[in-house]
Design a protein around this ligand. Structure first.
Ligand code: F3S
Length: 391
């Protein structure tokens, strides 16, 4: 890799050991993937913030890095942590919360924003054509496919290193030649419901591996549905972007695959692991809810009450919570818990006695059996809410 003289100095440790380590991580990665240079980024987003998913191993490294006084050089945001201050922070064992707080202190000391969301794109304006170093897979697909930005799917350490250096190696999806679609997906009959988009993502992730599809047959498109599709796609495969009908650039000679009703229905069925119709938790907000989604949910639950024996969690970012204050009031009045900073997957639902999770998110339904040791019911938003509400 060619390094500028300033990059060389950092690489050789002239600006301290912390930035040297970060530079070495980036150069190693660049060498591995054949990058010729580092490119400046607009922002970095680090995943693996929750103590539940991160564990103890990296804590010492993070603390030492923070102690060095090294700071982020670009806008740097964090993925959800394992609890919210209002609700789970009062229910989970203090020992777990302490460990989590230590991790957060280290990130904050380095200058990371206390964003704690998997939807950093609601907090910051992302430029079309901007280079980013984001590590949350659902946000990576969204940035590349919906926002027109460019980011590889970073790991926690490489996103952290990119935040400190303010650059990322120029390879993969940063290069225009690697952003070309190479498979046409025809969804027929076309789909229009959120849950179908979500299931399509899971199905395609499995068969596409890392191919970039043009997807035909998406009706009544919204950004929220594309967010669901991308989150699911990234859960089962390595695809980091997709094209959709509105911007269709069909090429002749491109490989084709057909997806029918059966594939969508089977995928939804497979993601439901129990026949018990009564969940302990109904979880909406994977990825974190947009303002639009909060408004929609508030409209459905207005004037109703949540059943005593079921918890309804709506997860979003602090930013959206503030913007949606009136709607949040309505939700809380009916007994819903609007959680910021966390989600059902990255917290300890087992500790809370939650054995069955109902959700409208295929990503959650895919991960919860392993990460939460929970049974799952995947259903449309309206059905999830109906289940949580009193008759
Ligand atoms: Fe976000 Fe949690 Fe889903 S981090 S993408 S809500 S699993």
């Amino acid at each position: 890799m060619h390094l500028t003289s300033e990059e060389e100095r950092i690489y050789n440790g002239e600006l301290g050991w912390a930035s040297q380590i970060c530079m070495r991580i980036l150069v190693k990665l660049g060498d591995l993937f054949g990058a010729e240079r580092l490119i400046p980024i607009d922002s970095a987003h680090v995943s693996g913030v929750s103590y539940k998913t991160l564990g103890n191993a990296p804590t010492d490294f993070l603390k030492t890095l923070a102690e060095s006084g090294e700071k982020t050089r670009v806008e740097s945001t964090l993925n959800p942590k394992s609890f919210d201050p209002e609700y789970l922070g009062k229910r989970l064992p203090e020992k777990l919360l302490q460990e989590q707080r230590e991790i957060l202190r280290a990130f904050e000391k380095m200058g990371f924003k206390q964003s704690y969301t998997c939807t950093p794109y609601y907090l910051q304006k992302v430029r079309v054509g901007a280079h980013l170093a984001w590590a949350e897979s659902s946000a990576v697909v969204y940035a590349n496919s919906v926002l027109g930005a460019m980011t590889n799917r970073e790991g926690g350490p490489s996103a952290l290193a990119a935040a400190i250096i303010g650059k990322t190696p120029d390879y993969g999806i940063h290069k225009p030649e690697n952003r070309k679609p190479n498979i046409l997906v025809e969804v027929d009959p076309p789909i229009k419901y959120g849950i179908e988009y979500s299931a399509l993502g899971i199905f395609l992730g499995r068969i596409l591996k890392d191919k970039i599809p043009i997807i035909k047959g998406l009706k009544e498109l919204t950004e929220d549905k594309l967010k669901q599709l991308g989150a699911a796609l990234a859960s089962t495969g390595m695809t980091n972007m997709f094209y959709y009908e509105n911007e269709l650039r069909e090429k002749s000679g491109i490989e084709k695959v057909n997806v029918g009703r059966k594939e969508i229905e089977n995928t939804i069925e497979q993601l439901t692991t129990t026949q018990v119709p009564k969940p302990d938790l109904v979880f909406i907000g994977c990825p974190h809810c947009s303002l639009q989604e909060i408004k929609k949910i508030a409209k459905i639950v207005r004037g109703k009450k949540i059943k005593r024996e079921i918890e309804l969690w709506i997860c979003t970012s602090r930013f959206i919570r503030e913007k949606a204050a009136d709607h949040i009031n309505e939700l809380e009045k009916c007994g819903a818990k609007v959680l910021t900073d966390t989600c059902a997957v990255v917290t300890w639902t087992e500790e809370l006695g939650i054995k069955t999770i109902m959700t409208n998110s295929a990503k959650t339904a895919y991960y919860a059996p392993t990460l939460n040791k929970a049974d799952t019911i995947l259903a449309p938003l309206e059905e999830c809410l109906k289940t949580a509400l009193e008759k």
